[in-house]
Design a protein around this ligand. Structure first.
Ligand code: ADP
Length: 367
């Protein structure tokens, strides 16, 4: 059983730098959990405390039924894969992969079996006699993963392992690590600042900001039901649009108004927003929920807003439009057939059934 539990874990670095604040998290046995957040939010520190590379200022970390706060790193039955691979340059791939087992005095035949097995899984058998200097970035990363696999640890920790790879290789390795998780059925905790990586890899994602967990959820729940404006803006690319405005009531209907636009709020959302009437609020809408009036059947006078195209980014299958609607800047993600040009006027249609609203003061999600 390799359940990992963090209970009220804090890390304060010298100089009173609060890197991690009261983090509690349960990673289930065999689960693949991704910690994601902007640089400096405390992801690596959290991972390093689990590995035993940093002391814990306060709180408890458990693996299975054992509290490991005072267990030295080498006795934690954890293997960590780093961003910079941390391979020994003078050793061959085989020697790099077998090194930890040799230190632990495993029999030679057992070492050989494990290294060959891991090399097979990672398709690096042909590279076993090379040195790291003779390998590409992607191959080096495979060796670093192989070195972790041979130890058959209870828990794998990954600290931004794909950051040094080019975009294409990152996508490929992402898929390979997912397959590896399915094959090994191990508990994995993975740190990244890249929300796309997080969305495509985790069973569950932990979003952190300023040393505090903001939300723990599966990728779709995180996307559809972010708990606050930070998570809503961090997950998704291009990010969610936010517009500051007010809720008003007109002839028993509720509307969101901001300078330059007004949109009717759908009936199902009235109840939760009633107490915000005439108050400042933040409206959020994802780029894919903004349509060009010419290409949608959703348009009505109550969800359509005039805008000017400021920039066009053709992506092939789709186009990102950067728009000005009154004083608000918006991004829309529309089909690749769209031939809009810069400075062109257009009518935008909001899919208000997918609108979000956030409290202006707390930035918590209301709906
Ligand atoms: P992330 O992995 O999310 O980028 P880190 O866990 O590396 O964030 O860092 C969290 C915070 O702790 C940052 O403010 C960082 O500057 C600080 N920090 C990290 N390591 C140290 C250290 N060894 N000494 C002092 N401050 C540190």
């Amino acid at each position: 059983m390799a359940r990992v539990s963090l209970k009220d874990v804090c890390k304060v670095y010298p100089g009173n730098i609060e890197a991690v604040r009261s983090v509690s998290l349960e990673v289930e046995d065999k689960e693949f959990v991704v910690l994601v957040g902007p640089s400096g939010c405390g992801k690596s520190t959290t991972l390093r405390m689990i590995a035993g590379l940093e002391d814990i200022t306060k709180g408890e970390i458990w693996i299975g039924n054992k509290m490991i706060n005072d267990v030295p790193p080498k006795d934690r039955d954890i293997a960590m894969v780093f961003q910079n691979y941390a391979l020994y340059p003078h050793m061959t791939v085989y020697e790099n992969m077998s090194f930890a087992l040799k230190l632990r005095k495993y029999p030679k035949s057992e070492i050989e079996t494990r290294v060959r097995e891991a090399a097979e899984i990672l398709s690096i058998t042909k590279l076993l006699n090379r040195r790291p200097g003779e390998l590409s970035g992607g191959q080096r990363q495979r060796v670093a993963v192989g070195r972790a696999i041979v130890r058959k640890p209870l828990v794998f920790l990954f600290d931004e392992p794909l950051s040094n790879l080019d975009a294409k290789m990152r996508v490929q390795m992402r898929a390979e690590l997912n397959k590896l998780h399915l094959r090994l059925q191990s508990t994995m905790i993975y740190v990244t600042h890249d929300q796309t990586e997080a969305m495509t890899m985790g069973n569950r994602i932990v979003v952190m900001k300023d040393g505090v967990i903001q939300q723990v959820a599966d990728p779709i729940a995180l996307y559809d039901k972010p708990v606050n404006k930070f998570v809503a803006g961090f997950i998704g690319s291009p990010p969610m649009n936010f517009v500051n405005g007010k809720i008003i009531k007109k002839e028993s209907k509720f509307f969101f108004i901001a300078e330059g636009f007004i949109a009717k709020i759908i009936d199902e959302m009235y109840k939760k927003l009633a107490s915000y009437e005439n108050k400042e609020i933040i409206f959020g809408i994802r780029p894919e929920d903004i349509h060009d009036k010419l290409f949608t059947s959703m348009a009505s006078s109550e969800n359509t807003v005039k805008a000017v195209v400021e920039m066009v980014e053709p992506m092939g299958a789709e186009v990102f439009l950067y728009l000005a609607a009154g004083k608000s800047s918006l991004t829309a993600r529309v089909g690749g057939h769209n031939k809009l040009e810069v400075h062109q006027d257009m009518d935008l249609v909001f899919d208000m059934s997918n609108a979000h609203f956030f409290n202006k003061d707390t930035e918590d999600m209301i709906i």
